[in-house]
Design a binder for this molecule. Structure first.
Ligand SMILES: [Zn+2]
Length: 259
């Protein structure tokens, strides 16, 4: 299993908690897996024989599977060798509902795109897990996705205050704000510029509540789907601007009218 080469020094077996972000078929029966290691951040590796019948990996490599993972690193190579996985929590049951599956796809696509390789991202790890669990509990909910999106933008350092004008610094309560799609900066109605998109006071309230409390608390406040979608859309525009591409799962989401 483990071929030692002269130039490739193998590091000791590493054990960690991880969340599977994506996996792709590789070669005859292998899988290339992108996962979020709780300590190490986003890592890519090869799971040998994962597509063969009776593979020892079983369903541990499905999207957003929460796993215990053991892998080998090599000093000179980017890809790790995945040795073993044990399932801690599966989201296969959530995938069986199409709209919920699209939500999970959005979570994994966004996380994969925003995180740099091997940058510690424990907060994003916890965010992914709690959002996926909320989708299991509440179904395909724009509330859960709005929470996930504003927090992802906040953790990335790309989100400004949602309750102050970015130009005149006036505190904003019960007023709409305006922004250019993809840009975080929000202007009040006096400072707004042509081409800016309005975000209603209800939408801003969902965003502010998301950033100041837990996801369960946000659900208890029962924000409207419309206001949640508004702030979700604002957040996704910022993320897409930052990653410089359109999210495929966002198209699926908006096509189904769940987001
Ligand atoms: Zn202003």
């Amino acid at each position: 299993m483990l071929h030692r080469r002269r130039v490739d020094k193998w590091m000791p077996l590493k054990e960690s908690e991880a969340i599977v972000l994506r996996s792709y078929p590789l070669g005859e029966g292998d899988r290339l897996v992108s996962f979020l290691d709780r300590q190490a951040g986003r890592v890519r590796g090869v799971a040998r024989g994962a597509r063969l019948p009776k593979s020892r990996f079983g369903s541990t490599l499905e999207v957003l599977a929460y796993i215990q993972i053991w892998y080998f690193e090599r000093e000179t190579r980017e890809l790790v060798r995945i040795n073993q996985c044990e399932l801690l929590e599966s989201f296969l049951d959530v995938q069986s509902d199409y709209p919920s599956g699209v939500c999970l796809a959005l979570i994994s696509e966004v996380t994969e795109a925003v995180l740099g390789e091997r940058e510690a991202a424990d907060a994003q790890f916890r965010l992914v897990l709690l959002t996926a669990r909320a989708i299991r509990k509440h179904g395909a909910s724009p509330v859960a996705l709005a929470y996930f999106t504003v927090w992802t933008a906040r953790l990335g350092g790309w989100l400004g205050p949602l309750d102050r004008c970015g130009r005149c610094s006036r505190p904003i309560v019960n007023e709409s704000l305006f922004s250019f799609p993809g840009f975080a900066e929000l202007y009040c109605m006096n400072c707004r510029e042509i081409g800016m998109k309005e975000i209603s006071k209800e939408g801003l309230k969902v965003g502010t509540q998301a950033l100041s409390g837990t996801l369960e608390r946000l659900f208890q406040l029962n924000p409207s789907a419309e206001a949640s979608r508004e702030i979700l859309s604002y957040g996704l525009d910022i993320l897409e601007q930052h990653i410089e591409k359109k999210l495929l799962s966002r198209k699926m989401l908006e096509g189904r009218g769940t987001g």
